[in-house]
Design a binder for this molecule. Sequence first.
Ligand code: NAP
Length: 387
Amino acid sequence: MRVSTTTSSRSDSRVFTVVVQGYGTALTRNAERTINVPFSRLQALMQSISQLGGKVLSVSAASDAPAPAAAKPAPEATKQAPVKKQAAPVSHAAVPVNLYKPKSPFIGTVTENYSLLGDGAIGRVNHITFDLKGGDPQLHYVEGQSIGIIPDGEDANGKPHKLRLYSIASTRHGDNLAGDTVSLCVRQLQYEKEGETINGVCSTFLCDIEPGAKVKITGPVGKEMLLPEDEDANVIMLATGTGIAPMRTYLRRMFEPSEREKNGWNFKGKAWLFMGAPTTANLLYDDDFNRYESEFPENFRYTKAISREQQNAKGGRMYIQDRVSENADEIFAMIENPKTHVYMCGLRGMEPGIDEAMSAAAAAKGLDWSELRPQLKKAERWHVETY
Ligand code: NAP
């Protein structure tokens, strides 16, 4: 299938109209469809139609007469560049990094440590806050960063424990808005080995810790999960379990009234959180997110995948990628907007399913997700921190 772009030496802002048969979802497959596509996506659409066995009836540049479908392509038509990079979408300039290193950590004081789980939840997940006052330099951070914790005690070889990184769950102003605390959201790691239950060293240390205790803290680190500064940005968040930590910071920054007053950042875009948890009792910060959704219905949408209570279309556990799949066209339409950023945090296992859902949505528009995703990443709009 060749495409005529007879005046293609002009700028690429033109839109082309493609009339096609035998292309699309099962329902629309036999119908004749008219697809308008920008020049930059024309070639990709042609490839997709050809791969899926569709027949192109005509291609015409908007306001031009229809061109015969078998004319020669212009060289420019082979490019696919639908992802635009905004000027500096995420500012890295004032982001603090490694103010405290493992050899001389900051000693923080625990101010609170409470469970985030409801009755009947699986496991232990706690919200733990540390006082950062008194450091020189002052330990500070921004939304989307992580800190290191060095647990007390020694490993099996008698050496001090190594640090573990945790995503920060509080905004730069801290939960008390005084700018001198940091909070974490920590699940106690537990696994079975040779019939014995093994508890994670650092996560158990943190979940058991009492207010007043001193803790060695390093960092902050990380520039992958920073929020754009644009108040009109759209933010899609995909989190499983404690991967909610950075999303809580974004959502507090966007919607928590006292935090908004403090930060002066008047978020006006659309935020959409997809949260995966095994049971309703395991949903983290759920009351806050429900409140944001009722107070900011135009700006915030909250979609839950409760794996052991809900079923996906195939009758299996409802995972976050199933919710992405259900909403793929809408998500994809948002991603086409250069102001949209996607953040993913939590289990690495969700990534292939999310790619699959996005591939299907992209293909329906004649685009190739395996080419688009790296472009989104390069444009600093696709942010992933998964373990
Ligand atoms: P959790 O409460 O156990 O919830 C995880 C949810 O994800 C459950 O509903 C689980 O379903 C589901 N799930 C399991 N396999 C999945 C898959 N392949 N795809 C999609 N969903 C899947 O979570 P958690 O123990 O807190 O774990 C969160 C993970 O995030 C941990 O691995 C943690 O290390 C990581 N994490 C990473 C960061 C980071 O990268 N910065 C920060 C925080 C946490 P079922 O169990 O019902 O199958």
